[in-house]
Design a protein around this ligand. Sequence first.
Ligand SMILES: *Cc1c(COP(=O)(O)O)cnc(C)c1O
Length: 241
Amino acid sequence: MTEETVRAAEIAANLAEIRARIAVAAQRSGRRPEDVLLVAVSKTYPIADIAAAMAAGQRDFGENRLEELWSKVEQARALSLDIIRWHLIGTIQSRKTSDTVGPFVLIHSIDRAKIATRLSRDAVMAGNVMRVLLEVNVSGEASKHGFTPDELLAQAGELLALPGIRVCGLMTMAPFEAEPEATRPVFRALCGLRERLADRYPASDWGELSMGMTNDFEVAIEEGATIVRIGSAIFGSRNGQ
Ligand SMILES: *Cc1c(COP(=O)(O)O)cnc(C)c1O
């Protein structure tokens, strides 16, 4: 076997294991496995690894840096891998919002009103409407991005009125915990916040909850995640990145 076939087999096996774990976690909480979307986080990994995951049936991929995302969009096009559904999951700089209007199925990381406003403006100029999630800093950690729950409750009305974005739900990143169970209150709080927003703004779509990564996705699914973002369990560890 060549190095590439070994690598492709490894990625396929990792994906199969993650899908099985997603199914078990979904069933444990009375949900169907297909109600949880797996976004394979391919940041730092090459297009060949993405192609291997696609051969194993994966369609949704997430990247956290805009430059890397655009570069991979181009590479995928060149290889005719055009059925990929790209997700932007990383922080957006305010002078980069025009680059954020693109062939992306979902932007997970709208973390403040200024980004929402600028992205909406740029999307309208491009004749586009971008599907987005609002990122919430549930834990209040200074190192984390996102609206605090109170900010979001105060600002949601304005955000929902922006014409160039369509809010589809919420996203959060839990702090890393050696014991994944310790993340449960963060996920539960995001789900509770979604309920309050849906009560106040019932005409809007609050359906998606993007929460859970390699370390904690099973707990997130038990707490209602509809999207999990998993990188290292599929592609390998990224040396601290
Ligand atoms: C890197 C990243 C992930 C995936 O993290 P893993 O621990 O490798 O699964 C998920 N979400 C965001 C926003 C990320 O930047």
